[in-house]
Design a protein around this ligand. Sequence first.
Ligand SMILES: [Zn+2]
Length: 453
Amino acid sequence: MNSFDRSAAGIAQVFRGTFVHSTQQTALEILEDALLGVDTEGKIAFIGKGEELDKLLKSTNFNPSEVIQLSQHEFFMPGMVDTHIHASQYSYAGTALDMPLLQWLNTYTFPVESQFKDLDFANRVYSKVVKRTLRNGTTTACYFATIHTDASLLLGKIANDFGQRALVGKVCMDRNNFVKHYKETMQESQDETCRFIAELLKKKYPLVKPVVTPRFAPSCTGALLGQLGAIAKNNNLHIQSHVSENTEEVKLVKELFPDSESYTDVYYKHNLLTDKTVMAHGCHLSDEELALFRETGASLSHCPNSNISLCSGVLNVRNVLKQKVKLGLGTDVAGGYSASMLDAVRKALDSSKILTIQDPEHDTLTFEEAFMLATLGGSQALSLDDQIGNFEVGKDFDALRVNVAAPGGPIDLIQSEGPKILLEKFLNLGDDRNIMEVFVAGRKVIPFTEPTA
Ligand SMILES: [Zn+2]
């Protein structure tokens, strides 16, 4: 436990109790009777031991009587990072799970996404998804919107209004023969991406940034991919897309890009693999492709609910970690039916166990590792680990206050349990009833303060 004072900005809040988080060295570090101070800029000012209260507060104006004490069954954990979610698909989450990817896109996804030129509809869906994910502990979301620039800007505004940290992507696609009008020309896609980036940056939202978003290689011509790679480079922006989700898709990419050595190579050739790139899925990547991810610093978003729901494949997370590729978890709403990152944690563990059933030699993921992937791993996958992901002095205070014994909640505690068991129970059995408060950059965003009708 390191204690360090960066109280120049003034201390706004101090919490005392149990903190659980991941570090570079360990998937789960438990700090019992710890003190954590948050400064007026929302950053973690100090972390120390409870007994050091007087010493830690000495050089500040903070009144020790205002320290907030957690109860016996409560702990703080870092906010969860959803590295891949389609905000626009939230309207049909929980349905339409009866087809493989390519047919699913044409039958369900494109017709729904084409409706987002209607800003009232977009407002309804985007407000719901931002609120739902925040309430379930997603403090950072990496969103796909649709091809519509104004609706995508609206998603950015809504995330900012509710205080969620977000990367927002206007989807780019200049190839689609299945749903009329739901595609752009190459020029439109390029111009509108530039307009989207310029207008979103102009808003100066402190926690919401644009991300360059080619839908996936089959929806984009090589010319568009090249333009998007250049736009991302010139503006030093994040990039998101999909890779190697299902075998039929991998085959299609091979047909569409015969000059590329692999699916990953398509993105690599168009300068879309950088250390600010996150690619969803990667179920069927070869070790050579994983090496390309490692070398470029690009990351993968593991979306196990979606991979099972659309029968896409099972990512071997152990192998990805062995290959030292950055990895986070994603819900991939609505291919994944749940918007909750707790579900992503559980499905990641289930998927790993399926691999162990198939091969008893497989080294199953632990719950501590899944916890790390949902928090610190996600922040690394989005190259935001200098700002968020765990409780380190100087990082933003993005955190969930969890009460495992919340009245009316889903967990029955039979006997007194230590913090490790409490975390395990929350990850496996908990839901938003256990998440008493959510903080993003020091600001309490749950419970909602605005009218939520
Ligand atoms: Zn997706």
